[in-house]
Design a protein around this ligand. Structure first.
Ligand code: SF4
Length: 110
C-alpha cells in the first residue's frame, strides 16, 4: 500500500470519527438538560401525588403507598444505584429524588 493511500485512509477515518462525535456531544448536552429537578408543584407531579420524600406521603390520601416504596426501587426510575436523584420514564427531561414517590410506583424487578 502506498503512503498516499494510507494518508487518505487516515483522513477518512478522522472524518468519520469527527462526524460520530457531533451526535455524541448533542446527546451529552441533552442528558445534562434532562437533569432539571421535578418540582412537586409541577401539574403532572401534582396529579400523580409526587413527593421528593416518600416518608411524607399521606397514606390517607394515597392508600396504595406502603413503607419502603420510593423512586429508587420503582420500575420507572433509571437513575444510577446510590444516586440521590435520577431520571424517571414518567417525567421526561426531569430528575426525581431517589427517596421520592408517586402514585404510579411499581416494584423494580430484582
Ligand atoms: Fe418515582 Fe416511580 Fe413515580 Fe417515577 S414513577 S416519580 S420513579 S415512584
Amino acid at each position: 500500500m502506498t503512503d498516499e493511500k494510507l494518508s487518505r485512509r487516515r483522513l477518512l477515518q478522522g472524518a468519520l470519527v469527527s462526524i460520530a462525535a457531533v451526535p455524541a456531544a448533542t446527546l451529552i448536552a441533552r442528558s445534562a438538560q434532562a437533569s432539571a429537578p421535578l418540582s412537586e408543584s409541577d401539574p403532572t407531579a401534582k396529579s400523580l401525588a409526587y413527593v421528593g420524600d416518600a416518608s411524607k406521603v399521606d397514606p390517607a390520601t394515597n392508600p396504595t403507598f406502603k413503607a419502603g416504596q420510593h423512586c429508587a426501587n420503582c420500575i420507572q426510575y433509571t437513575g444510577k444505584a446510590g444516586a440521590a436523584e435520577g431520571p424517571c420514564n414518567i417525567f421526561p427531561n426531569k430528575s426525581v429524588k431517589a427517596a421520592g414517590w408517586c402514585k404510579v410506583w411499581v416494584q423494580k424487578p430484582a
